[in-house]
Design a protein around this ligand. Structure first.
Ligand code: 1CP
Length: 363
């Protein structure tokens, strides 16, 4: 059967990366301290989707290379991950990759189409589709481990964040065949074939565990589980159809010893339930103020977020006021990592992101 334990055994153990930075130096960085709910000398900040799209040097490097090919090229992954670090000096880097990469690695016929997102040739809607999803083994994504090891050495005292897609969000792409506004086919399968649904999510949970373990063993300092589209569900459905699977992913990587961040969009009504999934840090989009979000999440968990990604287009004084407000409300939680409420929009001026880093550090 597809068990997380079998997966972790299947992922080859690798020696700890040979880095010149003492582990304790990384351990005490503002980002990792905030994730653990410890006091920090400044509020740490990084941006979801900080690599890519908004950066001219990214577009230049990527020209002529397909998205998935760039994710499978460790030298390119390393360079693209470092580009925003050089520009913005954030408190953490996020690995350049994609949540659908492990699906490609197990043989799903999938392409990332420019301007669209992931598109799947043969969507999974029945037992035959489920049977095509084989387990992920560490060697399937050896290029990711290689990129992580190089990055850990290059980044020194800047923590690297690894990530995976949560079972529901991955299921949505697989069932719909691509991005969806309503997730209608996904919900039809969830309500109409609950046994198949839970088998599908179990398998995707195992794949997420496998993908996270590869990154943890290669040396990432934290991991984020992206359940970007979980906000499409009401709380009762989230608890019934999704929460146990996300919980299993987060539980299975607990022994990796790195903070686990759990994020979704439009999840204001789900924050309490998502917190129960067990992450150390709960990501919050911009719709719920962080002090209220912290109340819904409960004590002993840090929060991450939550500037509206379109605030970058506001006049400077409006932006500055919003940044300070996020910091003041975040200060009421047991740990705050500043971020946008969702990814950087492609039209964002990179100079404004650098300015936000300064504003957060001065707040
Ligand atoms: O042609 C291109 O340049 C492709 C655009 C692109 C990029 C830069 C895609 C396609 N993925 C990525 C990289 C990526 N994806 C990163 C690393 C970069 C960084 O964060 O700095 C990460 C963390 C992701 C994760 C990801 N992929 C998520 C979760 C985060 C989120 O934004 O909610 C999701 C939902 C995806 C699917 C995906 N991949 C690409 C796109 C355009 C999408 C979204 C499509 C949709 O709207 O459904």
């Amino acid at each position: 059967m597809y068990s997380a334990a079998a997966y972790s055994a299947a992922v080859p153990r690798r020696p700890a990366p040979d880095v010149s930075t003492p582990v304790s130096e990384l351990h005490d960085t503002p980002f990792l301290r905030a994730c653990r709910g410890e006091p920090t000398e400044r509020t740490p900040v990084w941006f979801m989707r900080q690599a890519g799209r908004a950066l001219p040097e990214y577009r230049k490097l990527r020209a002529g290379t397909a998205m998935l090919d760039s994710c499978r090229d460790p030298a390119m992954v390393t360079e693209i991950t470092l580009q925003p670090v050089r520009r913005f000096h954030p408190d953490a880097a996020i690995l350049f990759s994609d949540i659908v990469l492990p699906l490609v690695a197990i043989g799903v016929d999938l392409d990332i189409v420019a301007g669209v997102g992931p598109v799947i040739a043969d969507p999974v809607r029945d037992h035959g589709g489920l049977a095509r999803l084989r387990p992920l083994f560490g060697d399937d994504v050896a290029y990711v481990a290689e990129a992580v090891r190089t990055l850990v050495a290059e980044l020194g005292s800047i923590p690297l964040i690894g990530f995976a897609g949560a079972p529901f969000t991955l299921a949505s792409y697989l069932v719909e065949g691509g991005p969806s506004r309503t997730h209608a086919r996904t919900k039809a399968l969830m309500y109409g074939q609950p046994v198949l649904w839970h088998e599908l999510l179990e398998r995707l949970a195992d794949i997420a565990v496998g993908f996270l373990r590869v990154q943890i063993e290669a040396g990432v300092s934290a991991v984020q589980l992206f359940d970007s589209w979980a906000g499409a569900l009401d709380e009762a459905d989230y608890r019934r159809y999704v929460l146990p699977h996300s919980q299993r992913v987060l539980d299975a990587v607990r022994d990796g010893g790195v903070p686990r961040i759990h994020f979704g969009v439009n999840t204001g009504e789900l924050l309490g339930a998502m917190a129960e999934a067990g992450a150390d840090v709960v990501g919050v989009d911009w719709r719920v103020p962080l002090d209220e979000a912290a109340r819904r999440i409960g004590p002993a968990r840090a929060v991450q977020g939550n500037l509206d990604p379109t605030a970058v287009f506001a006049p400077e004084h409006v932006l500055a006021e919003k940044v300070r407000d996020v910091c003041a409300r975040g200060a009421k939680a047991d740990g705050h990592v500043f971020n946008l409420g969702h990814g950087v929009l492609p039209e964002t001026d990179p100079g404004v992101l650098a300015h936000i880093v300064d504003l957060v550090h001065e707040a």
